[in-house]
Structures are given as C-alpha cells and as structure tokens.
Design a protein around this ligand. Structure first.
Ligand SMILES: Cc1cc2nc3c(=O)[nH]c(=O)nc-3n(C[C@H](O)[C@H](O)[C@H](O)COP(=O)(O)OP(=O)(O)OC[C@H]3O[C@@H](n4cnc5c(N)ncnc54)[C@H](O)[C@@H]3O)c2cc1C
Length: 380
C-alpha cells in the first residue's frame, strides 16, 4: 500500500483488519495521528490493504432513498442531559440491545483514551454516549462485526463517516443485518495532543482525572463545554471555544490532515441514519428550543426509516428540510486554518506547551514574546 502524503490515510484501520497475515499495526506519528506500519517480513503483497482503503479506493455510495430531516429531543430528560445533543443515539442503541442485537461505538477507557468497543449490555452501551472530540482507536472492530453478522446478529455500528465507509469496504457487500449510524463530523483530533492536554490539566489541578466530557450541559444555554472532574473534588468547567484544546479543535487546527479532503462529508450520506446537532433550532421553531440540546436526525435509507419509526415514540420530533437543517451546520469541505502548518511545525518542536501559547496568542493576544521564547527554549 502506497500512502504518499499524510492526507491519503484517514486512520480508519480497515487495512489492519483486512490483512490476512496480521502484518499491519497502526503507529502514531509525531503529531499523534495513527498510520499503518507494514511489517515487510510478513507482507505477501496481496494488495488487500490498498483495495479495502476508503481513501485510496473510495466506496461507491448507494442511492439515498427519500432522505428526511428531523429536529429531535429525547422525552427522557436524564438521557438528554448526558448525551451531546438530543439523546438520539441512546434510543437507537437500546432498540438493538432489546432485540438481541449488538452495538459498536466509541467510549473513553479508564485512562481516557478513545476507542471503539462492542456492547451487548446497557453498561457498555452507556459509555458510548457523548461525543469525544478525538480520533477513536478502531482496533479489530470490523473483524468482530463480520463475525457477529455471520452469527446472524443484528448489528449497529456508529462512527465517523470514514469509519462507516471502512466497515462497508471491509465487508465488501450490503449486509441486511447491519445498520450504520454516522455522525456529522467536522474532523477528528490527535489522540496524543489530547493525552498531553489531560496530563497538563491533571498537573494544574494536582490530582488524577476521574471524568471528562466535551459536551457538558452545566453551562446554561446548550453551548459546547469541556468538563473535567478530579479525584481531589475539584472541577474544571469551560466553554469549549475558551478551552485551549477545544479552541484549537473548533478552529481547524487539531484536525487530521485527511479530514480536509474527506470524500464522505457530503449530503449524500454514508450511513442509514445521520446524527448531528441541530444548531440554529431557535431560528426555526423557538418553542422547541429549551437550550438543553436538540439533535439533527437525517434518515437516508429504508432501513434507517424502519428503525426510526420503531423508536419515534421516545422523542419529540419536528420534520424539517435540508435547507433549514443545515443552515447553521457544516457538511462539506472543511477549510484548513491558515495557521495549520505553522502550528504543527511548532508543536513538533515545543510539544503541548505550544497549544497554550497558540491559544493565548490568538485569543487574548497579550502574551509577551519574551515569555513565549522562554517556554520554547525551555522545552527544546
Ligand atoms: C469528532 C466529532 C465531530 C463532530 N462534529 C460535528 C459537527 O461538526 N456538527 C454536528 O452537528 N455534529 C457533530 N458531531 C456529532 C455530535 O457531537 C453528536 O454526536 C450528535 O449530535 C449525536 O448526539 P446524541 O445526543 O444523539 O448522541 P450521543 O450520546 O452524544 O452519541 C454519541 C455517538 O457518537 C459516537 N462517537 C462519540 N465520539 C466518537 C468518536 N471520537 N469517533 C466516532 N464516534 C464517536 C458514539 O459512538 C455514539 O454513537 C461530531 C461528533 C464527533 C465525535
């Protein structure tokens, strides 16, 4: 497999799953994004890794069937309060578990790494709730999905559009028992930078971290907020755009190279159901907006329609249209920050300290150059 530039790999790990000789591992580069590393002694040059890659060999999308757009709120306030927006994912997942199915989605591990797991019960499924703005580690999830499908299990796979494309490429054919749920994704961030950011917070608060949420709803008004709880009882709560990590993520700095050319971030969605935030709901129907989170649900296929009809009673739903749904959201090409290359060059030299420097320089513009130089020199 020839990956000539960083943007030619989205880190979906389809190649690792497909390799018949287990010759591929995913390795982090200096920026903390994973790329396949092929053991040439094990490789038999079968070419399957290249064939399965959803970037080098794009997936032909099936036709959208009567696409529908909805603004949705879970009637259960508790579930909505711990979900990113309207709490829709939880109900789709419950439907599968109640029907003897399995669910695959992204969780935080005990040490706050983000990875995909298989859930057969409530406990594991609940860990999938909430957006984690970090690229998740897929490991051998596609192999496990294949094995579940062979056992005639009903499978729900939820992930970023490239991960959905990857599982479809991996399986190689439409599977009746597989339902896919893609998120409106504006790019994934570096696991290494996130690890270092958490270390920095832990040092600052002089305590171990016990929980992390990117979408805490404790700041009033459905803004995206970072909440970190510490063992010593302290709590960090900040609007995402005012947090050093959140700011760089939202401003297209902490975004994987390939995301800027994502072939799957289009209105012709890859999943049966697409989930996102219904930004701007207050401009469409004021009474529906209670500032506690509304999801945008896009139904793309008949399979998606059937699932949504079965769980609809758990929600308050308003049907809308493409124009209204996407007026304040982003589907399509993400524009790279003009500071992107400079940021990563500096980050590779300075490390995590540069994240704070970047943030303060851009946001407050008051950091003296002398201090910046001092941190840079100290860290080299
Ligand atoms: C990296 C990322 C970027 C996003 N960008 C946008 C955006 O620009 N616009 C927008 O409208 N919505 C975006 N979303 C989606 C949004 O944040 C919510 O996930 C969505 O509104 C569903 O909310 P919910 O309340 O129904 O469910 P939740 O309970 O919040 O559901 C979370 C679901 O997201 C999956 N998930 C969480 N983290 C990851 C991850 N790192 N990788 C893969 N899957 C993950 C879980 O498996 C679960 O299925 C993004 C999500 C992620 C993870």
């Amino acid at each position: 497999m020839k990956i000539e530039t960083l943007k030619e790999c989205c880190g979906c790990a389809a190649c690792l799953n497909k390799c018949p000789k287990n010759a591929i591992v995913m390795k982090e580069n200096k920026q903390g994004y994973s790329y396949p590393d092929i053991d040439k002694n094990k490789c038999i040059s079968c070419g399957l890794c290249e064939k399965v890659c959803p970037i080098l060999n794009k997936l032909k999308k099936s036709k959208i069937q009567n696409q529908k757009f909805y603004a949705v709120k879970n009637k259960n306030e508790e579930i909505r309060s711990i979900s990113s927006s309207g709490g829709v994912f939880n109900e789709i997942a419950d439907y599968f578990l109640q029907n003897n199915g399995v669910v695959y989605g992204a969780i935080f591990t005990k040490d706050f790494k983000v990875k995909h797991i298989r859930a057969e019960n409530e406990f594991d499924k609940n860990k999938m709730r909430g957006s984690k703005y970090v690229q998740s580690d897929i490991q051998d999830v596609y192999k496990n999905i294949e094995s579940d499908l062979k056992k005639n299990k009903q499978v729900l796979f939820s992930g970023t559009p490239c991960q959905i494309a990857a599982v479809k490429k991996y399986l190689g054919k439409e599977e009746e028992n597989l339902v896919t749920c893609d998120i409106i994704c504006h790019g994934v961030s570096s696991p290494k930078v996130f690890r270092e950011y958490l270390k920095m917070q832990s040092k600052k608060f002089k305590s171990e971290i016990t929980s992390v949420s990117f979408r805490s709803k404790k700041i009033k008004g459905f803004v995206q907020s970072m909440e970190i709880e510490f063992k010593n009882g302290q709590r960090y709560l900040q609007k995402l755009y005012k947090d050093v990590y959140g700011y760089s993520f939202l401003n297209e700095i902490l975004i994987r190279h390939s995301c800027f050319d994502c072939p799957y971030s289009t209105i012709n969605r890859i999943g049966d159901i697409t989930l996102g935030d219904f930004w701007g709901i207050e401009h469409i129907t004021k009474s529906f907006d209670d500032k506690k989170g509304v999801s945008l649900v896009i139904i793309n296929t008949n399979k998606g329609k059937e699932i949504f009809n079965n769980i609809k009673d758990n929600f308050q739903v308003i049907e809308t249209n493409q124009g209204e749904s996407l007026k304040y959201n982003r589907i399509g090409k993400i524009i790279k920050s003009k500071n992107y290359e400079k940021f990563w060059k500096r980050y590779e030299k300075v490390g995590i300290a540069y994240l704070s420097i970047y943030y303060y320089k851009k946001y407050i513009c008051a950091i003296p150059q002398k201090l910046i130089n001092k941190v840079k020199v100290g860290k080299k």
